[in-house]
Design a protein. Structure first.
Length: 408
């Protein structure tokens, strides 16, 4: 291996680990340094609210690579350490220990952090957030010892953890400020289907509510007080009210930061030798014609390889459509495409949600912008083809499950 400074990756995340893998796969033989502030090697986050939380997946199954992979591929993995600052003019990073490390090119994959509530009682024992492996471990123990759980926020994390809590027999109250779960993302028609799903599974879903404080005894949470004075009793509280991109290093260094680190379609920042990928990346999307930031597993995984190729001087662009999936009770779904939050779109359902699998489409001027297949497989590919074609479709035929995809 060469002794040149090489490539530096800040963020030992899924995106960071996959970028290092792609660099080696593309033939890069220079130094790769992968730095993370967690003590665990890079791992996958989706199991933390699904099978790992439920005890259905072993701990080793969540890691991106076996421990020996980093040694075998000569990746200098530095865990439990923080980067204090970037020095763009010197092509160096300053570590919190005072050590300085040089780089030729730098990739930022620092991800995101949960938004934290600052209401009274927020520091009580038993108030949990879910982002890291230790968080999932702590929630699993809390679930084992609890009878009642209150979940604040009916987004994807809130809904998935509600399903997990019901699976282990807990009484669950789900508190949401909007009128329906996932309202901003899915719109009222499809959001109602998720509200019905959770209520049918015994979740006490409370929408349109606001919190004033967490209450407790002897330093431990015992309930949630709502505006109006009502108290929701709970042995455990889980807060899932969104995340924010971790951009402090980039911002302090003078990089362009607006809702994440601003990137071009090659995932390059405003500095020619610095790139980013994953939750932290607000990247221009050539198909959509605008920058977007996507907080989902597939985006981090897919962007990593493009960032690596761009760093190696290849003409690589990221134009994959956003994709994510969720598992809740007996529901498994995949979502492909992009619509603006809170936007008013036409919605077409293909199939009957009351009778099993179905597909929801979001359209604008007759064009499919996004699709979500629920308990219906082999549909993500055709949905993506419809979106990419940018053609108008006959909505009656789109809604008819008997019309083949190729005839839409």
């Amino acid at each position: 291996m060469t002794t040149r400074p090489g490539f530096m990756i800040i963020g030992a995340s899924l995106a960071g680990a996959k970028a290092a893998q792609a660099m080696r796969k593309e033939g890069y033989d220079g130094r790769i340094t992968l730095i993370g502030d967690e003590r665990h090697r890079p791992y996958e986050r989706p199991p933390l609210s699904k099978d790992y939380l439920l005890g259905k997946a072993e701990r080793d199954s969540v890691f991106v690579h076996p421990e020996q992979w980093y040694t075998e591929h000569e990746v200098d993995l530095r865990l439990g350490t923080k980067v204090a600052a970037l020095d763009l003019s010197r092509h160096e990073i300053a570590m919190s220990t005072g050590e300085r490390l040089a780089y030729d090119k730098l990739l930022i994959t620092t991800g995101s952090a949960p938004r934290r509530l600052s209401i009274p009682g927020a520091g009580l024992a038993g108030v949990h957030y879910l982002r890291r492996l230790e968080d999932s471990d702590g929630i699993k123990v809390a679930f084992d010892q609890a009878e009642r759980v209150a979940i604040v926020g009916a987004g994807w994390i809130g809904l998935e953890t509600a399903a997990a809590a019901r699976a282990v027999g807990l009484e669950v109250t789900l508190l949401e400020s909007a009128e329906l779960p996932l309202m901003r993302i899915l719109g009222p028609q499809v959001a109602q289907l998720f509200a019905d799903l959770h209520r049918d599974q015994g979740v006490h879903l409370r929408c349109g509510v606001q919190l004033t404080e967490f209450i407790g005894t002897a330093g431990a949470v015992s309930g949630v007080r709502l505006v109006g004075g009502q108290v929701i009793d709970a042995d455990v509280v889980l807060v899932g009210v969104g995340v924010t991109p971790v951009t402090d290093l980039a911002e302090d260094a003078g990089l362009d930061v607006r809702n994440g680190i601003v990137l071009n379609q090659h995932l390059r920042t405003s500095h020619p030798d610095i790139y980013a990928a994953g939750d932290v990346a607000n990247a221009y999307h050539p198909l959509l014609g605008r920058p977007i930031r996507v907080e989902h597993w597939a985006n981090a995984r897919r962007q990593a390889a493009v960032a690596a190729r761009s760093m190696l001087g290849q003409d690589a662009s990221y134009d994959r459509l956003p994709y994510f999936y969720s598992d809740q009770y007996d529901l498994s779904m995949e979502y492909t495409g992009y619509i603006e939050p809170d936007a008013d779109h036409d919605v077409v359902l293909r199939g009957d949600p009351g009778k099993g699998g179905y597909i929801a489409f979001w359209l604008e001027h007759g064009r499919v912008l996004a699709g979500m297949n629920v308990n219906t497989w082999d549909a993500a590919g055709p949905i993506e083809e419809l979106i990419r074609s940018a053609r108008s479709v006959d909505t009656d035929r789109l809604a008819d499950p008997d019309v083949p995809w190729e005839q839409l």
